[in-house]
Design a protein around this ligand. Structure first.
Ligand SMILES: Cc1cc2nc3c(=O)[nH]c(=O)nc-3n(C[C@H](O)[C@H](O)[C@H](O)COP(=O)(O)OP(=O)(O)OC[C@H]3O[C@@H](n4cnc5c(N)ncnc54)[C@H](O)[C@@H]3O)c2cc1C
Length: 501
């Protein structure tokens, strides 16, 4: 389909490639989406456009020492591809697993690397999306059109972490790095390191750096919950010893993990104190009875209000017990030439300061969206189950779970999208969008997520960029895998919430 319309000021004719479905991103969601399309909708022509030179998303772009998952790979892995290793996996192992999925399902031919999508516009007349893309292999603009846009772009800006502004930062003479922007050549052998933050990234970086650094200090404003345990799943080990097939082991282990997680999540609501004590006991068992757990590892909030990092084999706490790492719970007042000065007046000197201070939210891949010539304000939309959005035709979005593995939802959304595409074909319709129904008219419209339920900083900072929700299960992303695994397959595509044209 040749097109002579100018693109980004360029006047040469552009060739346009058409696909039935265009997947944005080749992270774990995008590769999963490609698998689901190729197996459930084999007649659809699709392409995956990826900005990086490789698949993997998060697991490709993160380079800090020790980078690993904090969920188990039986559930963070796809439901269709058994995970054979230890449950907590390194980025390298996850990339290898994804590479196998690509090779085993002949997906490589669908992926275009180094393709950065900058604009997406929907035209109701042609019922097509047009995407404007920079081909980074040659610096030339390209144009793609598609019927359906499958957004697997993740939720944070790659290579750009959230760096709070502290007074006097410029005075610091050492090296300041952000965990999201790790320099390839950072040498830390024998150096004094200060890590700011106590989330999953800090919990990974600290034991990894402590192995070579002179000493690592974790500076946290307030404590976080951690779960400590062996990096192994007993039932998987037992089944493996019995010679059970890997397919079965994967399925049974997934069910067992999900069953235990559901029980755990319920307990955090019904018996938060008991859960809290059990979590603290895990830490106490390593750092010893005399360690000041009350100050450094006892959060003020109920367990599960923020994502809880799993610390495999308690490595972070063994580092503390052995004196290779230590914790300071205090706030930064200002930076000094040698490090930071805390509000209590302590100067923490460091050769390297690592800010493990989180992400910047990135909704819709930083792509400028237009619907029929009008710029899209994503915040004005209301979400249908965290997958589709009022006023945005022919688009689905993968946003995973916080309290369960992301990929569980990527698989559920994959089934939904394939079912929806087949339903559209059966109806002979080229356009679908979701719309509030008559009975939804008086429904309160609320922020994307209830901060009482879950409130990590990157979401709180970005709430004004995210879509809104209603107060009914179909008009929210309810973060409940255990409900959605049964509800999603039952979604009635003839419900009035779906409008076909
Ligand atoms: C360090 C770290 C550890 C984590 N550990 C876990 C964990 O253990 N368990 C868990 O459930 N979750 C974890 N998460 C959350 C994690 O990001 C998701 O689980 C999952 O990897 C997201 O996959 P994704 O494919 O949706 O997005 P991403 O991995 O972010 O991939 C999105 C891809 O889309 C591409 N893209 C984006 N915009 C564009 C564009 N405009 N044009 C072209 N390409 C584009 C990006 O280049 C990227 O490759 C972790 C996150 C981080 C940062």
């Amino acid at each position: 389909m040749p097109d002579t319309a100018p693109l980004h000021g360029q006047t040469n004719p552009l060739s346009v490639e058409y696909f039935d479905v265009l997947i944005v991103g080749a992270g774990i969601s995008g590769i999963g989406a490609a698998y689901h399309l190729s197996t459930q909708c084999p007649d659809k022509r699709f392409v995956v456009l990826e900005n990086e030179e490789n698949f993997g998303g998060t697991w490709w772009t993160h380079k800090y020492p020790g980078i690993r998952s904090d969920s188990d790979l039986h559930t963070f892995g796809y439901r269709f591809k058994p995970w054979r290793g230890a449950p907590i996996a390194t980025a390298e192992e996850i990339l290898r697993y994804m590479g196998e999925v690509i090779a085993e399902n002949d997906l490589a031919r669908h992926i275009r690397y180094r393709h950065h999508i900058t604009h997406a516009s929907w035209d109701s007349e042609t019922k097509l999306w047009t995407l404007e893309v920079l081909d980074k292999t040659n610096g030339l603009p390209r144009r793609f059109t598609c019927k359906f846009l499958y957004m697997c772009q993740g939720y944070y800006r790659q290579y750009q972490g959230y760096m709070p502004e502290w007074p006097n930062m410029a005075a610091y003479q050492g090296k300041l790095v952000h965990s999201e922007e790790w320099p390839d050549d950072l040498e830390y052998t024998g150096k004094r390191v200060l890590v700011i933050g106590s989330g999953a990234s800090a919990a990974t970086i600290i034991p990894a750096m402590a192995a070579k650094a002179a000493h690592v200090v974790m500076l946290q404003r307030s404590p976080t919950y951690f779960r400590v345990g062996r990096n192994a799943i007993e039932i998987a080990e037992e089944l493996r010893a019995l010679g059970i097939s890997e397919d079965w082991i994967h399925e049974i282990t997934r069910r067992k993990i999900l069953f235990e997680q559901a029980k755990f999540a319920k307990l955090t609501f019904t018996q938060p104190e008991q859960v809290k004590e059990a979590l603290l006991d895990g830490i106490r068992g390593i750092v010893g009875q005399d360690y000041d757990i009350a100050t450094h590892f006892t959060p003020k909030y109920r367990p599960w209000r923020q994502r809880m990092a799993f610390v495999p084999n308690g490595d972070l706490f063994h580092g503390i017990a052995q004196g290779k790492a230590s914790v300071v719970t205090d706030e930064i007042e200002r930076f000094s030439e040698k490090g930071v000065i805390t509000k209590s007046g302590q100067e923490l000197e460091a050769d390297i300061i690592v800010a493990a201070t989180g992400f910047n939210l990135n909704v819709l891949g930083d792509i400028a969206f237009e619907i029929d010539g009008k710029p899209l304000d994503f915040h004005e939309t209301v979400t249908y189950r965290g997958m589709m959005f009022t006023g945005i035709p022919n688009m689905a979005w993968v946003f995973g779970y916080f309290r369960a593995s992301w990929t569980l939802r990527a698989d559920l959304v994959g089934d939904f999208v394939c079912k929806l595409l087949k339903h559209m074909d059966a109806k002979g319709k080229a356009q679908v969008e979701v719309a509030l129904r008559e009975e939804d008219r008086d429904m309160p419209i609320l922020p994307w997520i209830d901060p009482e339920n879950f409130n990590p900083g990157y979401l709180m900072r970005g709430m004004h960029l995210l879509p809104q929700r209603g107060d009914k299960p179909e008009w929210m992303h309810n973060q409940d895998y255990w409900a959605e695994k049964d509800e999603f397959p039952q979604i009635d595509l003839n419900d009035a919430a779906f409008v076909y044209k």
